[in-house]
Design a protein around this ligand. Structure first.
Ligand SMILES: [Zn+2]
Length: 199
């Protein structure tokens, strides 16, 4: 096989988290030695580390690694970026889509880098509002564009499987900067383009 995907976990963190998960499972009265649960603390530990890997990643570095000088000033939109994050209040997932646009001011970045930046901030303990502005701030710092827009639509399991138990509510957050903030024609064009179904 020419390609190997390697996942690396810190041994100390894995052990500490696994012990914590064991305590959590035991507190429900379950036998952690039974077949189905015996490896659960370690699996859950690794899943938690995967889902919070964004703390070890540098969004600005990712954007700068594919930053190119380019004399265009047309709106660039990356829409329907899947995201999976975790609500920091309940440690329940929230998931949905991010739509990101910017108007270059001499520099562009790789399109896939925009999606990676969404992942880097999503894979942390989050609130949707902060996630939205962190994506905007990273693009602003790396590219200093003429405008940036970030819209996130997400469903929160802490509202669906517990709490108010609303299955169909979608939370939308947005952050705008520069042209998208000051020029409603530009902002409306962005909102129209992300709403349009091109597929
Ligand atoms: Zn929550």
């Amino acid at each position: 096989m020419a390609y190997h995907k390697i996942e690396k976990y810190d041994e100390d963190v894995t052990k500490k988290l696994a012990e914590a998960y064991q305590t959590i499972i035991e507190s429900t009265g379950q036998d952690v030695e039974r077949e189905g649960l015996i490896k659960t603390p370690e699996r859950a530990s690794k899943a938690f580390q995967f889902n919070t890997q964004g703390y070890n990643q540098d969004a600005i570095g990712v954007l700068n690694s594919a930053r190119f000088q380019e004399n265009i000033s047309e709106m660039v939109i990356v829409k329907n970026i899947e995201l999976y994050s975790m609500c920091e209040h309940h440690l329940h997932p929230f998931f949905g889509k991010a739509h990101v646009a910017y108007i270059p001011n001499g520099y562009i970045t790789g399109l896939s880098k925009i999606a990676r930046v969404v992942d880097i901030f999503a894979r942390r303990l989050q609130v949707q509002e902060r996630l939205t502005t962190q994506v905007l701030d990273a693009i602003k710092e790396s590219l200093a564009p003429l405008g940036i827009a970030v819209v996130i639509e997400a469903k929160h399991l802490c509202m669906m499987m517990r709490g108010v138990q609303k299955q169909n509510s979608v939370t939308t957050t947005s952050a705008f900067d520069g042209e998208f903030l000051n020029n409603h024609v530009t902002r409306n064009e962005f909102l129209k383009l992300i709403s349009a179904d091109l597929s």
